[in-house]
Design a protein around this ligand. Structure first.
Ligand code: GDP
Length: 334
């Protein structure tokens, strides 16, 4: 089996590439520069896997390069994980966000339609599409009301995925993923920001952590669990859309509690609320009901929120103190 992954240097790209390699796939990762070496944009992104992944040059904003990638790789499965995914940047760069996250997905679908119509396609959709949700938890049939340009761009891509499935018969699935974290989460996101800063404070490298709304809640899952669901979707007899979440929410305050307690510290002594980090339009009721995925895919989350947070803190402690990664290392990576 041959797979093509966009966004291969991101958190999910790493875990998905690792999963597919374990399953014996030939894995091709699309990158924006050089074809034969790990990409410059994030040279560490595929640590340990770089030599096993074939890199193909392409850019989600350039149709010709996507057409060429599809012709060259002739993939059996395509995973579209590329995107501008950080909400504050979606506000400062809404056109870019739409171009990459929205139009980029349409370009991928079009490249498949033209050059690899038998390939199975996985669109990484997002719980941000629910936005100001009418009820909680959300399912595949909950009304979509995105509240930021990222959610709106993902909504466009989600509907194009469904349209290409219904009108062109492409095996296209949409994975409506709730937040998913790991030691490979980028540092702009709150879980990694906290785990990294907790490690620095514990090691005496810093003393403060500036944070936004500590009452904000999210359904935080484990990235390894999420990419497993993506793979399962493409192994089904027919294409469909699935919500992938844990069904449990936690607050940023609980995140702080777990992370600081793990290293024997009290967050109240170190955390400062920064009003500049508080968002104006929060999606506070986001919680994923994955009954359909549980029933049809046989999927369920394997790792709890507490385990994820502690794993991330341990990983950052190890990174800053240059020791090998402890606990759950085999699950998290490397
Ligand atoms: P998102 O769900 O994709 O926006 O993921 P984030 O990790 O960026 O944010 C999750 C939640 O944490 C949101 O409700 C943020 O408002 C909240 N939050 C509180 N403080 C911070 C912070 O300092 N940084 C970030 N990124 N989020 C914060």
């Amino acid at each position: 089996m041959r797979a093509l992954i966009t966004g291969v240097t991101g958190q999910d790209g790493y875990y998905l590439a690792r999963l597919l390699l374990e399953k014996g796939y030939e894995v091709h990762g699309m990158v924006r520069n050089g074809m034969s070496s790990p990409p410059r944009e994030n040279p560490d992104g595929l640590a340990g896997l770089g030599s096993k992944v074939s890199f193909i040059e392409g850019d989600i904003t350039d149709q010709a390069s996507l057409d060429r990638a599809m012709q060259q790789v002739k993939p059996d499965e395509v995973y579209n994980l590329a995107g501008q995914t950080f909400v504050p940047v979606a506000w400062s760069q809404p056109f870019l966000t739409m171009e990459i996250t929205g139009m980029g997905s349409l370009r991928m679908l079009e490249a498949i339609r033209r050059h690899a119509p038998k390939a199975r396609f996985l669109q990484a959709s997002s719980s941000e599409m629910f936005g100001k949700a009418e009820h909680s938890p959300q399912t595949e049939t909950t009304r979509l009301r995105p509240r930021n340009p990222y959610g709106a761009a993902k909504l466009f891509a989600h509907h194009m995925t469904i349209n290409y499935r219904e009108s062109y018969g492409i095996f296209a699935c949409s994975c409506i993923a709730f937040n998913h974290e790991s030691p490979r989460r980028r540092v702009e996101f709150v879980t990694r920001k906290v785990s990294q800063q907790v490690a620095r404070i514990k090691l005496g490298m810093s003393s403060r952590l500036k944070i936004g709304n500590i009452d904000a809640r999210r359904d935080w899952g484990f990235a390894v669990d999420t990419v497993r669901a993506m793979w399962l979707m493409l192994q089904q007899p027919r294409p469909d859309d699935f919500v992938i979440g844990t069904g449990v929410t936690h607050s940023v305050k609980q995140l702080l509690d777990i992370a600081f307690a793990h290293v024997g510290l009290d967050w109240r002594k170190h955390v400062e609320i920064d009003s500049g980090l508080v968002r104006t339009a929060e999606d506070d009721a986001l919680c994923g009901d994955s009954s359909k995925a549980r029933e049809i895919l046989g999927w369920k989350p394997e790792v709890t929120f507490k385990q994820i947070v502690e794993m991330m803190v341990d990983s950052d402690l190890a990174m800053f103190s240059h020791t090998p990664m402890p606990t759950l290392r085999a699950v998290a990576g490397d």
